[in-house]
Structures are given as C-alpha cells and as structure tokens.
Design a protein around this ligand. Sequence first.
Ligand SMILES: *Cc1c(COP(=O)(O)O)cnc(C)c1O
Length: 232
Amino acid sequence: MQIKDNLTSIHQQIQTACQKVGRPQSAVKLLAVSKTKPVEAIQEAIQAGQTAFGENYVQEGVEKIQYFADKHPELEWHFIGPLQSNKTRLVAEYFDWMQTMDRAKIADRLNEQRSHYKKPLNVLIQINISDESSKSGIQPAEMLALAKHIENLPHLRLRGLMAIPAPTDDIAEQEKALSAMQVLFEELKAACPDQQIDTLSMGMSDDMRTAIACGSTMVRIGTAIFGQRNYA
Ligand SMILES: *Cc1c(COP(=O)(O)O)cnc(C)c1O
C-alpha cells in the first residue's frame, strides 16, 4: 500500500507543478527509479499503474527485466547509470532506453549490438550541466557533434537530453542549470528536425518543481516511491 500511496502523492505533485506553469500533466512522465529494490516492490508499483522503470546497474537491471518479461511485456526499462564499454551488450539486448550517452564509442557499440529484430534503442545524451569534474556527461559544446554521430546509427534513436544537476536547495541555482538544459534541448530540436526529439529527462525529488517549470518531460524519482535504499 505504501508504494501505491507514494505514487499517488507524486502524481499529485507533478499535476500541481504542471498547473502552476500551464502545462498539461500528460507532458511529464514519471520514471520510477527501482535500483537496489526487489521485484516485489516493482510489482507493487506495476499494480498501481506504473510502467516505466529506471535501473543503474546492468546486471541487476537485466535480472528484473527477465523476471517481468513474460508477465508484463508492456513495461519500459531505462538504463540511467554510468555505462562502461565492456557492459554495453546487455544494455543493447535488454533495455528500451539508455539515458546516459556520453561518447561516440558507446553509441557505436550499442548500435552494433542492438538486435535488428528489436525496435531501435532510445537514447538520451547526458549533459554535464553543473560542470562538476566528478559527474559524468558531456559538455554542452560537445552536444551537437555527438547528436550528429548518433543520428547516423540505424539501431539507435536519439530522443533528447538528460542531466543530473548538482544538488542544491537554492531555487535560483536549480533554475540556472535547468533552464540552461531547456535552451540546449531547443538547440538540439532545431539541429535535428528529422529526429523525434521529445524527451528532456531532468528533475529528481528536490528539484522536480523547478525542472517542470523549465520544460522537463520526464522526472526520475526513487526514494520517494520505494523508500530509502540499503546498500549494505
Ligand atoms: C538514483 C537516481 C535517481 C533517483 O534518486 P532518488 O534520490 O532515489 O529519488 C534519479 N536519477 C538517477 C540518474 C539516479 O541514479
């Protein structure tokens, strides 16, 4: 029951944030981040109507995808963790979306390894918007070159951008990073008119409202749905 109630509460928060800026609630999709959580928790979320899930660790994600493959073929699985080039095959084989694209080499491998019988793998370019040397993602100036590279790969489909801004409670700081992402998103759309660029993945628990005001189309929420993670 807890997970169902949490989802209801988050949908209400998304609705309120959308109303405030005159966007329809349907413009913002909720990605439930289920990393470290057992299949029972995911099952509870599915029963409450949730269909899109995000996983950070390849092996763990694949196990869950396999577990639900027959029972719930409607589910959509997003890889949202850092990806090493020796782990691309499983992402290409099992996931529907890859949100942390940050180099041509990874794009080439995923393109080669994606089964030709499957739909193309949906890809978001991850932007390092807060310019932290520790965080992954590319610099904004590198975005268009990588986008043009992905555009030529038949088994990948470029859908937009993703960012994990430096966490801060300062709304002005949040706005600075998130509105910079909005500008880049418009640039990407203009540069790739033949692509279906429709996804701006940004906004977590602490900056969800600001992200929605800045045009986010997908918020990624874990703890507020499933509770604290236990890494022990
Ligand atoms: C873990 C994670 C989230 C969700 O974080 P919570 O604090 O649990 O809501 C969102 N996006 C990414 C990329 C993550 O790794």
